[in-house]
Design a protein around this ligand. Structure first.
Ligand code: SAM
Length: 224
C-alpha cells in the first residue's frame, strides 16, 4: 500500500507516521507514505496556495490549480489500483469497514484541506471519496490523514505482528473487546478476575465473551 499525501504541512504527516508501529511498517516497506507539499506546485512568486472565497465570507480557501498539478504529478508515479480521498468534515464518517475496503487498493492519494477548506471544483475533479474522522471540525486534514493511514495500514499484510493481530479487537468483531489485565495481580485493592488466573481456557473464553457483551451494552449499545 502506498499513501500519497497532498498537504501544506508534510513534516507533520511524516513525523506522526514515522513513529511506532506505522513507522516500523514504513521502515520495513510493508507500507509507503509519500508526502507532497502543495506549495511546491504554486506558480505564485510567494508560493501562495490560498485565496479569498467568491461571494465573500470569512477566511481563505485553498485554490484548485496547485492541488491539481500536485495530483497529476502523483498519478504519473502510481501503479495499480488507486483511490483519491479528501479528508473532510463533510464526508462519510470513517469506520472499520471502510478501512478494510480501502486496504485493498494499491495506492491511496489523500488531500488535506486547511483554512476554510478547498475550492469545490478540485473535489469534483479528482476526489473519489470524502472521509470525515468524526462529527467535529479540525483546523486541517493532516491529523485526519494520519488517522486514515493508521487504520488502513493495520489492515495491510506485514504491518502488525501476530501478537498485535486485529481480529479480536473492538469493533472488528462487531462488539467491543473484553477487558484485559496484566501484572500486578492486585492494584489499589482491585484484583484481576479469578477466572483469568485459573488456567482453564474454556472458562476464560466464556468469561471474555460475556465481559465483552457487558462492556458493549454499557458503552456502545448501538453495536448490539
Ligand atoms: C477548518 S476545516 C474546514 C471546514 C469547512 N469550512 C467546513 O465547514 O466543512 C479545514 C480542513 O480540515 C480538515 N478537517 C476538518 N475537520 C475534519 C474532520 N472531522 N474529518 C476530516 N477532515 C477534517 C478538512 O481537510 C478541511 O478542509
Amino acid at each position: 500500500m502506498i499513501f500519497d499525501v497532498m498537504t501544506l504541512f508534510p513534516e507533520l504527516v511524516d513525523r506522526i507516521t514515522g513513529e511506532s508501529i506505522i513507522g516500523r511498517a514504513r521502515a520495513s516497506g510493508a507500507i509507503e507514505v509519500r508526502t507532497h507539499n502543495i506549495r511546491d506546485y504554486s506558480e505564485d512568486k510567494h508560493r501562495r496556495v490560498d485565496d479569498t472565497p467568491y461571494g465573500g465570507g470569512m477566511g481563505m480557501l485553498m485554490a484548485a490549480p496547485p492541488i491539481y498539478r500536485c495530483y497529476e504529478n502523483i498519478r504519473k508515479n502510481q501503479k495499480g489500483s488507486s483511490l483519491c480521498v479528501f479528508m473532510s468534515a463533510q464526508g462519510k464518517v470513517l469506520d472499520q469497514k471502510d478501512a478494510i475496503e480501502l486496504a485493498r487498493y494499491d495506492n491511496i492519494t489523500i488531500l488535506c484541506g486547511h483554512y476554510e477548506g478547498v475550492d469545490r471544483r478540485i473535489v469534483d475533479e479528482i476526489v473519489d471519496r470524502e472521509i470525515s474522522i468524526g462529527d467535529y471540525v479540525l483546523t486541517g486534514g493532516e491529523l485526519p490523514a494520519c488517522v486514515l493511514i493508521d487504520v488502513v495500514s493495520r489492515m495491510c499484510k506485514g504491518v502488525l505482528s501476530s501478537e498485535e493481530c486485529f481480529e479480536n479487537e473492538s469493533i472488528y468483531g462487531g462488539v467491543l473487546e473484553y477487558p484485559q489485565y496484566t501484572r500486578p495481580e492486585e492494584f489499589m485493592g482491585r484484583k484481576v478476575p479469578d477466572v483469568l488466573l485459573s488456567g482453564d481456557h474454556k472458562k476464560i473464553e466464556q468469561w471474555r465473551r460475556e465481559a465483552a457483551l457487558e462492556l458493549t451494552a454499557a458503552n456502545r449499545p448501538d453495536l448490539l
